[in-house]
Write a protein that binds this ligand. Sequence first.
Ligand SMILES: C[S@@+](CC[C@H](N)C(=O)[O-])C[C@H]1O[C@@H](n2cnc3c(N)ncnc32)[C@H](O)[C@@H]1O
Length: 157
Amino acid sequence: MKIKLIVISKTDEKFLDEGIEKYLKRLKHYHSVEFVIIPDVKQGGKLAPDKLKEAEGKLILQKLQDGDHLILLDEKGKSFTSSEFATFLQKKLNAVTTNLVFAVGGAFGFSPEVYARANDKISLSKMTFTHQMVRMFFFEQLYRGFTILRGEKYHND
Ligand SMILES: C[S@@+](CC[C@H](N)C(=O)[O-])C[C@H]1O[C@@H](n2cnc3c(N)ncnc32)[C@H](O)[C@@H]1O
């Protein structure tokens, strides 16, 4: 079983790429983690937000395999402390036999179809972050979660 993070479009900022790379490298010690980047939707001109969300939603859903457990990163989702998130993660790792797939919406969020397919929604904060930043914050919290589960030092730093 893999943990995957699906996101829309590459990051524009080097500092985000470096942060993501750093935590993905660290995560290798704990679990198989795949970072899936969906290229920007290009349909000859700018799409209205709802149309863009719909097009991005289709691409997100196409990346899923039957039975994958889909957890959306969403500011209106369940909120946790990092320890609570570690417990949530452990429960999912115990219960889920398919891939554990997290997803970040595009600049305008998720389409109704993606919400309908989701098994869970989790929040990193009540504040709204850019979709490009969320991926780095998520990987850091995933790494933090594994260190908590293993009783390692990082989470006390
Ligand atoms: C700029 S936000 C979209 C905001 C949009 N107004 C909405 O209602 O979803 C882009 C994506 O980043 C993620 N995101 C932003 N802030 C978040 C937070 N605090 N917790 C979890 N995910 C967040 C979500 O996946 C969201 O779809």
